[in-house]
Design a protein around this ligand. Structure first.
Ligand code: ATP
Ligand code: MG
Length: 479
């Protein structure tokens, strides 16, 4: 972050549109400011296309007059109910709103809104860094209004509310999510009193819709180091309210001097690892976040063995749909993708731990389909062992699995494999009805092909079927 003087501010606002807005406001005799995220991002040198302007007066009138001035290339949408208007001009979207005062009642998040001064408008903003305004009127063009020391907080990397944080969060509890989201995106520290207020007001999140919570949560998940956000969410108690499945993974149990790892912190490490890769898209990150959610339910102490989490991947896989439904996450192919990855996440590790056989890798390829590369990224990210030797061994074996995947994909396409012998053919050949033997024979043929014991064609498969059937006491019927 650099400190920006008045002249430099004028340069940052050099795009002709800012002068045009200022001139329009002058003609209407009202003050107009660019505010909020756009100003913050100017200082952070994060380019953004969305410009928010506050008019001390009617935002809609300024937008309409500006639209006339810009001519045919400007598109205006007016939202009278909200008292806002949007001007789209080339790639820029400018939102105009009249300065407002808000007052809240305790049991609703709908405030009473009245016209107000610029100061009123900045008071209702969520954080000091989001409460900066720059004047666009000719006489004061480029002048910064900073009521709450937002510039200093930007420099020092601090998230703090402009007013009493208990009031700010209680008025609109979504701000708690936004607080942690900005801290995570920008790698800023949450100021102490603001942080304490998060814990005191966490319960209030219940009045916020899942869609709005998820929008902020996704921004946390997409941040460069998402664990920072989840540690904050956990610390203030929000995590247990919005993602109890994840909060349930926190903690370590010790029995007979043996502890299992803290699965919550392990999960965060996996998520950060995935976020560091080139393919850290949102749903792969969700899969990383949820890959071990089956662990608390599958956890057992077994005498002579220690802590076990048998089938935690399948149990976790079953938990994904209800979670997506509750959180209003998409119930389409993105859900299927996350379920698949959670269900399969142990497989490459098991293969790498045992022998890397053709058939095991083919089976994996068959089940993972086009998501095989993402699954491999998740599984590599999942190796968080502190034992360097063990970690290296896994990574080396993984390399073998990857190599075999490449070899096999080049040789044959097992993603869309079908058995060259149908159940119909088996029943006709041996004159038998649908029964267990049909399934056993089909499986035996599949195993033989996938293990490369016989070629993947009909003749070889039929010869093999006749031999195997004989051992099972089945005989070919005369045609
Ligand atoms: P981003 O665009 O990265 O989501 P932003 O800060 O620009 O971040 P917007 O939702 O675009 O977020 O909001 C623009 C501005 O409106 C904010 O900078 C802030 O001043 C104000 N604002 C947004 N949401 C709230 C809220 N819930 N409470 C108070 N002020 C808010
Ligand atoms: Mg914005």
């Amino acid at each position: 972050m650099r400190n920006i003087g008045p002249d430099e501010m004028k340069q940052l606002l050099a795009a002709p549109i800012f002068r045009q807005i200022g001139q329009t406001a002058d003609e209407l005799g009202v003050e107009c400011y660019v505010v909020g995220g756009y100003v913050r991002d100017l200082f952070l040198e994060r380019p953004s296309q969305d410009i928010d302007c506050v008019v001390v007066g009617s935002g809609i009138e300024v937008a309409e007059a500006l639209g006339r001035k810009l001519g045919r290339e400007a598109h205006i949408s007016v939202f009278r109910n909200f008292g806002t208007a949007q001007v789209k001009y080339h790639h820029t979207e400018i939102e105009f709103v009249g300065a407002r005062r808000e007052s809240y009642s305790h049991d609703s998040r709908k405030p009473i809104v009245e016209d107000g001064t610029l100061e009123d408008d900045l008071d209702r903003r969520d954080f000091t860094i989001n409460a900066l305004a720059v004047c666009l009127n000719y006489a004061r063009f480029g002048e910064l209004v900073d009521r709450f020391g937002g510039l200093l907080d930007l420099e020092e990397g601090i998230i703090a509310t402009p007013l009493d944080p208990d009031i700010t969060f209680s008025d609109d509890p979504l701000r708690m999510m936004r607080c942690i989201r900005f801290a995570t995106q920008l790698n800023f520290r949450i100021e102490d009193e603001t942080q304490e207020a998060l814990s005191r007001n966490a319960e209030r999140i219940k009045i916020i819709s899942q869609e709005r919570i998820v929008e902020e949560l996704n921004k946390i998940i997409l941040s460069p180091v998402p664990s920072l956000g989840f540690i904050e969410l956990s610390r203030c108690g929000l995590l247990a309210l919005i993602l109890p499945e994840l909060a349930a993974m926190e903690g370590v149990e010790v029995r007979n001097g043996r502890a299992h790892k803290d699965n919550f912190y392990h999960t965060l490490e996996v998520l950060d690892n995935v976020a560091r890769t080139d393919n850290g898209q949102l749903w792969l990150r969700w899969a990383a976040l949820l890959h071990d959610i089956g662990k608390p339910r599958s956890k057992k102490w077994e005498n002579g063995v220690g802590w076990t989490f048998h089938n935690h991947n399948y149990i976790g896989q079953k938990m994904v749909s209800p979670l997506f439904r509750r959180m209003k996450l998409p119930l389409d192919e993105r859900l299927e993708y996350v379920k698949k990855l959670v269900g399969l996440h142990m497989r490459p590790i098991v293969i790498a731990d045992e022998e890397v056989t053709d058939s095991a890798v083919r089976r994996l390829l068959f089940e993972a389909g086009e998501d095989i590369d993402d699954l491999m990224i998740l599984c590599e990210a999942d190796i968080t062992s502190k034992n360097q030797q063990r970690k290296q061994q896994f990574l080396d074996n993984f390399q073998m699995v990857r190599q075999k995947l490449v070899d096999l994909q080049a040789r044959d396409n097992y993603r869309t494999w079908t058995n060259p012998i149908t159940g119909e053919e088996i029943m006709q050949t041996f004159g038998i009805p649908p029964c267990r033997e049909v399934g056993l024979l089909k499986q035996a043929i599949k195993d033989a092909i996938w293990d490369s014991r016989i070629p993947n064609d009909h003749d070889a498969a039929r010869t093999f079927m006749l031999e195997t059937a004989q051992q099972m006491g089945l005989h070919e019927v005369e045609k």
